[in-house]
Each structure stands twice: as structure tokens, then as C-alpha cells.
Design a protein around this ligand. Structure first.
Ligand code: ZN
Length: 169
């Protein structure tokens, strides 16, 4: 067993010991909102946004971008599970600011000897605020997104833990 796995299982066993009433939580998020954010290890949405189990959906990917797959999850979140407000949260010092599509596709070609990387839009972030505006706008204008869902955009500052508004909901 890897060291990671054994520490995960230890922590999980303690968590399950006090799981209690969480067994009765409903599937739809009780606070009817979803957060789309980056997978960055420094961001913990439960902590920075004060979430408990059952409260909200959190969709994460590299950059917190409104990719087709993030949209898939958000559409399920609203149309099947009833969320009515979404928050797009990118952050300072994001790994997605450190390379371009061309660069990563070239690097992957060297590593794996395939051009597959060139077929992927890596959704890199050349301009932090612009990426938030782009994603909020893509979601607001998407044909599968109901016009009455309130959508706003923020940047989480990894130096202060604060959320900074970029697009008002
Ligand atoms: Zn990031």
C-alpha cells in the first residue's frame, strides 16, 4: 500500500466514524449554487466559501475554465439538481498562466512522440481577469444555460485567501 493510500484510508476511517446525520443528506445541493474553480491544491472551496457536505456543487478542472465538460456538469447541476446561481472562480499564480497551447503541445510531442496534444485546446490563461470574463460570458450565452441563472466571476488571491470580484452576478 502506498503511503498516500494508507494516510487517506486512516483519515477516511476517522471521517466515517463521525459521519452521523450526513447519511440523510438529499442529493440536490441545499444552497442551490455551484462553484466552478481550479484544481489547484491551494484552493479549498469548502473552506474559502464556507461549505458543508450537501450545500453546493463544486466543479473543478485545470484553471477552473468553462470547458465543454465543465458545462456538462453545470447543466446537470441546474437542470437536474436545481442550482440557480453559479460562481466562476479563477485564481492568482495559476499553473495555466505558465505556458501556451503551442508550448504544451510541443512538450508533449517530445515526451510522447505524438501530435495528439495539438488537437486539445488546453484553455491556458494569458490574462487572468479576461479568462474569468470569457468563461462567465460563455456560460451566460450558452444555449443549454437558462437565462435566469445568476452567474458571477471572481479571482481567488492565493496570497491573502480573498475573493476579488471580476464580473458581477
Ligand atoms: Zn489554477
Amino acid at each position: 500500500m502506498s503511503e498516500n493510500l494508507s494516510s487517506i484510508l486512516d483519515a477516511n476511517s476517522k471521517y466515517a466514524d463521525s459521519f452521523g446525520e450526513k447519511a440523510d443528506l438529499a442529493m440536490p445541493p441545499s444552497r442551490k449554487f455551484a462553484i466552478l474553480t481550479c484544481m489547484d491544491a491551494r484552493l479549498d472551496p469548502a473552506k474559502f466559501a464556507g461549505l458543508s457536505e450537501g450545500d453546493a456543487h463544486v466543479v473543478r478542472n485545470a484553471g477552473g475554465r468553462a470547458s465543454d465538460d465543465a458545462i456538462r456538469s453545470l447543466v446537470i447541476s441546474s437542470e437536474v439538481l436545481g442550482t440557480r446561481e453559479w460562481f466562476v472562480i479563477h485564481h492568482s499564480n495559476c499553473g495555466m498562466e505558465t505556458f501556451t497551447n503551442e508550448k504544451i503541445s510541443g512538450d508533449l510531442k517530445s515526451t510522447f512522440d505524438t501530435k495528439e496534444g495539438y488537437f486539445i485546446n488546453w484553455l491556458t490563461i494569458p490574462d487572468r481577469e479576461e479568462s474569468v470574463r470569457e468563461d462567465v460570458s460563455r456560460l451566460r450565452n450558452h444555449p443549454l444555460v437558462s437565462r435566469d441563472i445568476r452567474i458571477s466571476g471572481y479571482i481567488f488571491d492565493v496570497k491573502t485567501g480573498k475573493l476579488i470580484e471580476v464580473v458581477k452576478g
